[in-house]
Design a protein around this ligand. Structure first.
Ligand code: 7TS
Length: 423
C-alpha cells in the first residue's frame, strides 16, 4: 500500500474490520487460497448476521400469520411486521408509516403504480416520461401501459458521459406529461440523476414523479419529502435485507384514490357474492399473506444501516469509488463509462477492457475470486446508447476496502495478459 492508499483507508468513515466481521460470507474461500472479493453489490448486497438472526428469531419465536389471529403469536407477528413498516418509513422520511406498502421488490412497486394508478388515471394521449438510463423494470411496465391504453411514452436521452440531457428534458416534459418515472441512480453506469432539476420540471407541469430508488435508498440518505416526489420504489435485497421484500412509498391521497393491485384476502373490508369493498391503505395493496419474516428482517437491515449513518455510508462509497476510478484508470486497456467524478456517481463503475469481451473478463476475474457483473445490466438502452453489447461492472458497498479494489485491478492486468492483449 502506498501512503496515499493508507490515507484513503484512514479517511473511510467507519471501522471496516468490525463491519466485515458481520458478513461471514466475505471470508469464504472461493478457490483454494483466494477469498471472495464481492463487487456485485448493485445486483444484490451481502447480508449481515444481525439481519439473518432477526429472520431466524422471527421464525423460531414469533411465527404466525398476521392481521387475523387473536392469539398471542399472531399479535406479536403483526406488531413486528408493523414496526418494520415504521422503521422503513422513518428511514426514507415518509410522513406516515401507512404510506409504505410492502412489495416483493422494486419491480413490483413500479408495476403496482402502472397498474393501480396508471390504468385508473391515464387516458389515451396522456404522456409518461421516462429516461434512457432506466432499468428495464422502469421501462417495460410503461410500454405495456402504452400498448394497452394508448398512453404516449417519451424519454429523456442520455449524453455520452452518462448524465441525462436536461435541455431535452425541459422540452419533453410538457403540459400533457402526467408522470415522470426516473431512477435516482443508474444501475448500469452509476450516474446520479439530477432529481433536484427534474422533479421541479415535472411539478411545474402538474405531473407526478415516480423515483426508482433501487440504487439510492441502500446507498445514500433519501428523504422522500425533501425530494418532492410522489412515488418511491425500492428493494430490500440491495440494502442488507432478504430477497422477496421491498417497498413502495406513495402519498396517502394517491394511495387512497388508486385501485387495488391484487385482489384477495387481507385487502378487503367486506365481501359478498355480488361485490367487495377495500380495506384501508396499506392493507388495500397487500393482498394475501405477505412476506412477514422478510419485512421484519428488512427492519433489522435498516437498523444496521441507520447505526452506521447514511451520510457515512455515502462518504465511504465516494472514497472507495474515487479510489477505484483512479486505480482502474491506471490499468492499461481499461476504459470507464460514466461521469469522471466519484461525487457524481453511486458506487458503480462500468468499464471495458480493450480486446476482451466483458463476459470473458467476468469469468477470468472469477478465477481470482473477484465477483463482478457483466452483461447489459437489465439496461439495454444504455448499452445501445454507448454502442457496446455489454460492460463489466464493479459495484461497492459498506464492507468493500481499497485492498479489494487493488485485487480487482491486479486481476484485470492478468486478464489482459491471459488474453494476450498486453504483454
Ligand atoms: N431499478 C434499478 C435502478 C435497479 O438497479 C434494479 C435492479 C431494479 C430496478 C430492479 O430491482 P428488483 O429488486 O426488482 O430486481 N438492478 C440489478 C442490477 O443492476 N443487477 O441485478 C439487478
Amino acid at each position: 500500500m502506498t501512503q496515499t492508499d493508507m490515507d484513503v483507508q484512514q479517511r473511510l468513515p467507519f471501522d471496516l474490520d468490525r463491519i466485515r466481521r458481520d458478513f461471514p460470507i466475505l471470508k469464504r474461500e472461493i478457490h483454494p487460497g483466494k477469498t471472495l472479493v464481492y463487487l456485485d453489490n448493485a445486483a444484490t448486497s451481502q447480508r449481515p448476521v444481525q439481519m439473518i438472526a432477526e429472520m431466524t428469531r422471527f421464525y423460531r419465536d414469533h411465527n404466525a400469520n398476521i392481521h387475523r389471529g387473536v392469539h398471542t403469536l399472531s399479535i406479536e407477528a403483526t406488531d413486528l411486521y408493523e414496526q418494520a413498516r415504521q422503521r422503513i418509513a422513518r428511514f426514507i422520511n415518509a410522513p406516515r408509516a401507512e404510506e409504505v406498502i410492502f412489495t416483493r421488490n422494486t419491480t413490483e412497486g413500479i408495476n403496482l403504480v402502472a397498474h393501480s394508478w396508471g390504468r385508473k388515471f391515464l387516458q389515451e394521449g396522456d404522456e409518461v416520461v421516462i429516461t434512457e438510463v432506466e432499468h428495464h423494470s422502469n421501462i417495460v411496465p410503461w410500454q405495456m401501459l402504452r400498448d394497452e391504453r394508448g398512453v404516449v411514452l417519451k424519454y429523456i436521452p442520455m449524453l455520452p458521459d452518462g448524465t441525462l440531457d436536461l435541455d431535452y428534458a425541459r422540452q419533453v416534459i410538457g403540459p400533457r406529461t402526467k408522470l415522470l418515472a426516473v431512477t435516482a441512480v443508474s444501475n448500469a453506469l452509476g450516474t446520479i440523476t439530477r432529481l433536484d432539476e427534474l422533479i421541479p420540471m415535472a411539478r411545474a407541469q402538474g405531473a407526478l414523479v415516480l423515483v426508482d430508488g433501487a440504487q439510492s435508498v441502500p446507498h445514500m440518505p433519501v428523504d422522500v419529502q425533501a425530494l418532492g416526489c410522489d412515488f418511491m420504489a425500492f428493494t430490500g435485497h440491495k440494502m442488507l435485507g432478504p430477497t422477496g421484500i421491498g417497498g413502495l412509498w406513495a402519498r396517502m391521497e394517491l394511495l387512497e384514490a388508486m385501485d387495488p393491485f391484487l385482489g384477495g384476502g387481507d385487502m378487503i373490508l367486506t365481501v359478498t357474492m355480488a361485490q367487495s369493498t377495500w380495506a384501508d391503505v396499506p392493507a388495500k395493496f397487500e393482498a394475501g399473506t405477505p412476506n412477514v419474516a422478510g419485512a421484519v428482517a428488512l427492519g433489522a437491515a435498516v437498523d444496521y444501516l441507520e447505526a452506521l449513518g447514511m451520510d457515512a455510508v455515502r462518504a465511504h462509497e465516494v472514497e472507495i469509488t474515487d479510489y477505484a476510478l483512479r486505480r482502474l484508470g491506471d490499468v492499461p486497456g481499461v476504459s470507464i463509462f460514466g461521469p469522471p467524478q466519484a461525487q457524481d456517481r453511486g458506487g458503480v463503475i462500468s468499464f471495458e477492457l480493450e480486446g476482451v469481451h466483458p463476459h470473458d473478463v467476468g469469468q477470468v476475474l472469477d478465477t481470482h475470486a473477484v465477483a463482478i457483473r457483466t452483461g447489459h445490466h437489465c439496461a439495454q438502452p444504455v448499452m445501445a446508447a454507448l454502442s457496446v453489447p455489454a460492460t463489466a461492472r464493479a459495484s461497492f458497498y459498506i464492507y468493500n476496502t481499497t485492498e479489494e479494489v487493488d485485487r480487482l485491478a491486479v486481476a484485470l492486468e492478468e486478464v489482459s495478459r491471459f488474453f494476450g492483449v498486453r504483454a
